[in-house]
Design a protein around this ligand. Sequence first.
Ligand code: UDP
Length: 323
Amino acid sequence: MNVFVTGGAGYIGSVCVEELLNAGHAVTVFDNLTEGHRSAVDRRATFVHACLSDRAAIGDALKKSGAEAVIHFAANALVGESMTNPGKYFRNNVGSGLNLLDAAVECRVQKFVFSSTCATYGPPERVPMTEDLPQRPINPYGESKLMFEQVLKWYREIHKLEFVAFRYFNAAGASAQFGEHHRIETHLIPNVLKVALGQARQCEIFGTDYPTPDGTCIRDYIHIADLAQAHILALAPGRAGFFNLGNGEGYSVREVIRACEEVTGKKVPTVEQPRRPGDPPRLVAAAAKAFNELGWKPKFPKLHDIVGTAWGWHQKHPSGYAD
Ligand code: UDP
């Protein structure tokens, strides 16, 4: 298919673009490079440097690409930042997203694939979490993604736009070529690996008094190559709706740090800090719906393998895409 990918210069987008191209699809990447990196865009893709807030630019680019499907990764995605700057999250994740949706309707694209998040659920009543749990986000990031999910339902109803919305759990890992480089890094695994690389003295643990066995937050880490495969499966006709993407295994912050120490063979000193506002204590996916309806099966379900691929990339690219 001919696929238009917003945010294709970002962390998850870059690997999805690579996998789409490997699978024989043609790809146009649309990215403003505020979060992404030009060198994270696969050379085989067409690149458009523009912003989703520019309605004319997105309309032109989508029309010119002749895309049959849109995959929409571009977004702001930091829980912590959303708690201090909510306007940025609603403006970019909802407002600018609407420009893309309207252009997709105009260009009659057949399929819209959206990056949603487990943060739309808020603290769940039970884990593992199925898609039918109530969605009660506790941070503006999750709220902005939930709002866009609701918009998608109305575009399906009114404009007949078929969509798949993936609720990602914690994206991690790297491909051989592309990995995680945020200009300001707030994510756990790359922060721990920075210590192993000798670029930071210690890693912070945000909150040690959560109602979990070791007091730290539990998350479900999923390899970005596995996320990418789900997007490719979603392009098939008839595939539609909301799907969790996770491995169904939860790891605490302390367990992740230990896994990083084992993979890297380096000791990672830690300092305990207060809780980070907006963090639910425990998020673990039930992804049976994606297994059954999409035929999705993660290839890298083990935390050590996920961390191992991230470590391989960071060792090769100690300054990320700045190299
Ligand atoms: N975390 C931490 N130290 C860090 C970064 C993150 O303790 O340097 C914690 C964070 O509070 C959360 C978990 O690790 O409980 C995962 O955070 P991350 O930012 O990687 O992903 P999120 O779950 O927010 O999407």
